[in-house]
Design a protein around this ligand. Structure first.
Ligand SMILES: NC(=O)NCCC(=O)O
Ligand SMILES: [Zn+2]
Ligand SMILES: [Zn+2]
Length: 471
C-alpha cells in the first residue's frame, strides 16, 4: 500500500519547504502540494519536520574489544538507532582473528542477518596489511561493496598500525577506490604515559583522559594527513575531539588535500570533568579519544558549521556500567573504551545545534545524513529526500521537551552518558525504505528487515572535493 505523508515541512541539506510526500513501496515517488492518492495510507505530519533518515557512519555492534564484547548487538542497537531517527548505520567489521578478510566479513554478516531492523553497511577494520591482505583486499571490496577501511594509530596492545601499514592502507585504498578512516592518537606515547601513571599508583578513570592529551591526537592527525597526501590518497579522520586536530584538518583542507572529519555528540556536550565522578562512575565516560576540556566544544561546533568537519558519528560502543566497565575498577587502562550513543546522536545534535541557534536546519540534515551518505557511497538513495530516493524518513516533533534517561532509552545498557539532560525535539515516526520501523514512538519494525548495502567507490562519484563538501 502507498503512503501519503501530508502537511509536513520537508528539510534537506539544501531546502526547507512545505510539501506532501507520496511513497510507493521502498521509494519516494512524488513530492508536491496537495497531493492525493486513492489507495494510500494517509499520515498527517502537521507541525512536524520531515528529515531524511539519519546515516550513522560509525558504530561498533556486537564487537570484541578490550578483552570483552560490546553490549548492544545488531537487534538492540539498530532498534535503538531507529527510535533515535537513524535508518542506516555503517558498522566496523573487525578482521583480526580471522585468517582471511572474507571470513571476517562473513562473520559480520552472520551477526547482522536476522537482527538488523534498519539498513547497514560495513567498514573493514585492519590491523595489518601484509602481502596476503593486500592481495585479498581489492577483490573483497569489489565483491562486498565495502568502500572504506579503518586503521588505528592508537591501542598499542591491540590494533595500533605503524606508519608503513598506514601508508600501505592509503596506497591500497587509492587503487581500490576506497576511503581510509583513521583513529588518530599517538598510541606509543599514550602507552608510555599509561605505564608511568600506573607505576605511580594512579588507577582512577580520570587518568584515562590525563594520559591521552590533545597533543597526541593533533600529532597523529598531522601524520595521517601527510601520509595520505604522500600516497595521493584520501583520509577521513574519525571522532575528532579537540582544537589541535581541527587545526590540522583545516590547514590540510585549505591546501586542497582530500581530508574529511567526523566528530561525535559526546564531544560536543560532555567534558573531561565527567571522568572525575566519584565511586568509579567516571568509567561511564571512558572512551577514546577521551572527553576534553570544555573549551574544545565550541571549536568542534565551529568546525562543523564551517564545513571543516563534515559528519557526526555516534561511535556507539556500549558496555554496561554494572558489568563490563567494572573490569577496570582497579586499573583505568582496563576499562573497556566506549559508550552508548546510537540512539541520542540525532536528537541531541538537533537540540544543541539547531535549537540553540548554532546550526541551520539544513546544516543539521547535511551533517547527520547527507554528508555521511555522500562520503560513504550511499547517496542519492540515502541521505536526502527526493523522487527516486529510498523512503527513509523521520517525522520529527521539533518542540517536544524531554529528559534523556537510561530508564527510557532502548539501548541494552544500564546507563546513559546524557542522563538527566533536557533536550527539545523527538522522532515521532521513522520509515526505512517505505516501512514504518517506529510509528507514534512505538517499534513496529522487524528485526532482520534491514538490508545490507553495497556501497559505491569514491571514483564513482561518492566523494566530493574538499571545497564542495563545505556547507
Ligand atoms: N571510541 C572508543 O572508545 N571505542 C570504540 C573504538 C574506537 O572507535 O576507537
Ligand atoms: Zn577509534
Ligand atoms: Zn569507534
Amino acid at each position: 500500500m502507498k503512503k501519503l505523508i501530508k502537511n509536513g515541512i520537508v528539510v534537506t541539506a539544501a531546502d526547507t519547504y512545505e510539501a506532501d510526500l507520496l511513497v510507493d513501496g521502498e521509494k519516494i515517488i512524488e513530492i508536491g502540494r496537495n497531493l492525493t492518492a486513492d489507495d494510500a495510507e494517509i499520515i498527517d505530519a502537521k507541525g512536524a519536520y520531515i528529515f531524511p533518515g539519519g546515516v550513522d557512519p560509525h558504530t561498533h555492534l556486537d564487537m570484541p574489544f578490550n578483552n570483552t564484547v560490546t553490549d548492544d548487538d545488531w537487534e538492540t542497537g539498530t532498534i535503538a538507532a531507529a527510535f533515535g531517527g537513524t535508518t542506516t548505520i555503517i558498522d566496523f567489521c573487525l578482521t583480526t582473528g580471522d585468517d582471511t578478510l572474507e571470513k571476517a566479513v562473513a562473520r559480520w554478516h552472520g551477526k547482522a542477518e536476522g537482527k538488523a531492523a534498519i539498513d547497514y553497511g560495513f567498514h573493514l577494520m585492519l590491523a595489518n596489511l601484509d602481502e596476503k591482505v593486500l592481495e585479498e583486499l581489492p577483490l573483497l571490496l569489489e565483491k562486498e561493496g565495502i568502500t572504506s577501511l579503518k586503521v588505528f594509530m592508537a591501542y598499542a596492545k591491540e590494533f595500533q598500525a605503524d606508519d608503513r601499514t598506514l601508508f600501505r592502507a592509503f596506497k591500497a585504498a587509492k587503487e581500490a577506490g576506497a576511503l581510509v578512516m583513521v583513529h588518530c592518537e599517538n598510541g606509543s606515547v599514550i602507552d608510555e604515559l599509561v605505564t608511568k601513571a600506573l607505576a605511580e599508583g594512579h588507577t582512577e578513570p580520570i587518568y584515562h583522559a590525563l594520559t591521552r592529551p590533545p597533543e597526541a591526537e593533533g600529532e597523529a592527525t598531522h601524520r595521517a594527513i601527510e601520509l595520505a597526501h604522500m600516497a595521493d590518497s584520501q583520509l577521513y579522520v574519525v571522532h575528532v575531539t579537540c582544537a589541535e586536530a581541527v587545526k590540522q584538518i583545516a590547514e590540510a583542507r585549505a591546501k586542497g588535500y582530500k581530508v574529511w572529519g567526523e566528530t561525535c555528540p559526546q564531544y560536543l556536550v560532555l567534558d573531561q570533568s565527567y571522568l572525575e565522578k566519584p565511586d568509579f562512575e567516571g568509567a561511564k565516560y571512558v572512551w577514546s579519544p577521551p572527553l576534553r576540556e570544555k573549551h574544545h566544544q565550541k571549536v568542534l561546533f565551529d568546525a562543523l558549521k564551517a564545513g571543516i568537519l563534515q559528519t557526526l558519528g555516534s561511535d556507539q560502543c556500549s558496555f554496561n556500567f554494572n558489568g563490563k566497565k567494572q573490569l577496570g575498577r582497579n586499573d583505568f587502562s582496563k576499562i573497556p573504551n566506549g559508550g552508548p550513543f546510537i540512539e541520542d546522536r540525532f536528537s541531541i545534535f538537533f537540540s544543541e545545534g539547531v535549537k540553540k541557534g548554532i546550526l541551520s536546519l539544513n546544516q543539521f540534515v547535511d551533517i547527520v545524513s547527507t554528508q555521511p551518505a555522500k562520503l560513504f557511497g550511499l547517496f542519492p538513495e540515502k541521505g536526502t529526500i527526493a523522487v527516486g530516493a529510498d523512503a527513509d524518513l523521520v517525522i520529527f516533533d521539533p518542540e517536544v521537551k524531554r529528559v534523556i534517561s537510561a530508564k527510557t532509552h532502548h539501548m541494552n545498557v544500564d546507563y546513559s552518558a546524557f542522563e538527566g539532560m533536557e533536550i527539545t525535539g523527538e522522532p515521532i515516526s521513522v520509515l526505512c525504505r517505505g516501512n514504518f520501523v517506529i510509528k507514534d514512538k512505538k517499534f513496529i519494525g522487524q528485526p532482520g528487515s534491514g538490508k545490507y548495502l553495497k556501497r559505491k567507490k569514491i571514483n564513482q562519484g561518492a566523494l566530493q572535493s574538499p571545497t564542495a563538501a563545505t556547507v
